[in-house]
Structure formats: C-alpha cells, structure tokens
Design a protein around this ligand. Structure first.
Ligand code: IMP
Ligand code: MG
Length: 179
C-alpha cells in the first residue's frame, strides 16, 4: 500500500507543525474555554494530536457533512448528516477540518455554525489548497498551506483518504491525482 504513496510531509514534520499550531491557538484563545468541533472523518488523526498540544480547557465534539455535488446543474447541496447536540451559543468555537479545497464545505459550515450564535468562530485546517478555491473562505490556521504545489495533487494519510483508503498512514503523502 505504502508503495503507491510518495511522502510529502513526514511524521516528524507533522508533529512539529502541530505543536506550533497548538501554541498559536492557545495564545489566541488565552484565558478562554474552547469548544472544538472536529469534522469527520478526515480531521480525526489531526484532531487527536492537536487537542493534546493546546494547553487550555476545551471540549471536543464531532460533526459530519455530506456534499452532493451536482456540477452539471451548477448546484452544490451540502447537508450535515451527523452532529452531536452541542450548544454553541456564546462559545469560543474552533472548527478543525482536514483540507480546505474548493471552500464549499467550509463556507456551508461557517454559515451553519454562525446561526447558533457562537462568541467567536475560528478554523484550523490541516491542509489549505488556496489555488483550488471556488468560494472565498480561508482557515485562520493551516498546518500545511499548499501554495506552491499544483492544486490537483491528491493527498492521503494522517486521516486523509482516497476512497476510504490510506487514513492510517502516519505521514501525509500524494498519489497520482485520481480526479
Ligand atoms: P472542499 O472542496 O473545500 O469543500 O473540500 C471537501 C473535502 O474534499 C475535504 O474536506 C476533503 O475531505 C476532500 N479533499 C479535498 N482535497 C483532498 C485531497 O487532496 N485528499 C483527500 N481529500 C481531499
Ligand atoms: Mg475523503
């Protein structure tokens, strides 16, 4: 399995970035309790590592979205298919997401979460692919902004999947773009 994947970010590089992000996030939210919302399933490995590097009081909940992209009709439907019943009103919310690609999922989530009246809402992504953006949204933090890389590279590992495969790899790698 690993033979199909070229390493882009090693386990050590990921650990260093996650520790840095944890410190930055802790500085931003200093003195506050954070309500962390992890977007399943791609962020699970990142989420597990990141929360252990944020030395603040926090709660963790998981949400899941499904997107049905009807490209031909020029329509994108996104719905939340699972979420823990978590009251977000007045909370300092940190949304943790795997990849911000077109931005469609993130923009939907931001609108949905804002409806619940959080005190603040910030986004931490594992990977940002700004070149692929179709909606103008940006994560507040990204462990790995892929500014130089071709936007069509497909990443797997460290929670990221291709057809549900490769999530368990301890590094982030690329496979020849399947799209
Ligand atoms: P969006 O296009 O920003 O809405 O991202 C939708 C989802 O596509 C992300 O949350 C990822 O789960 C998935 N995705 C986008 N690019 C990649 C990739 O390179 N590898 C694995 N999943 C990806
Ligand atoms: Mg996926």
């Amino acid at each position: 399995m690993k033979d199909e994947v070229s390493v882009l970010y090693s386990e050590e590089q990921i650990a260093r970035r996650v520790a840095q992000l944890g410190e930055e996030i802790a500085r931003t939210f200093a003195g506050k309790e954070i309500c962390v919302l992890g977007l399943m399933k791609g962020s699970l490995v990142f989420l597990a590592d990141l929360i252990r590097k944020i030395p603040l009081d926090l709660t963790v909940n998981l949400i899941r979205v499904s997107s049905h992209r009807e490209q031909a009709a020029g329509r994108v439907l996104t719905e939340i298919v699972y979420s823990t019943a978590v009251p977000l009103e007045g909370k300092h919310v940190l949304l943790v997401k795997d990849i911000v690609d077109t931005g469609i999922t993130l923009s939907y989530l931001l609108a949905h979460i804002h409806e619940h009246g959080p005190a603040s809402l910030r986004v931490c992504a594992l990977v940002d692919k700004p070149e692929a953006r179709r909606i103008d949204v940006h994560p507040d933090w990204a462990a790995f902004p892929l500014v130089e890389a071709p936007a069509d590279r497909f990443l797997v590992g460290y929670g990221l999947d291709w057809m549900e495969r490769f999530r368990g790899l301890p590094f982030i790698g690329t496979i020849p773009s399947p799209r």
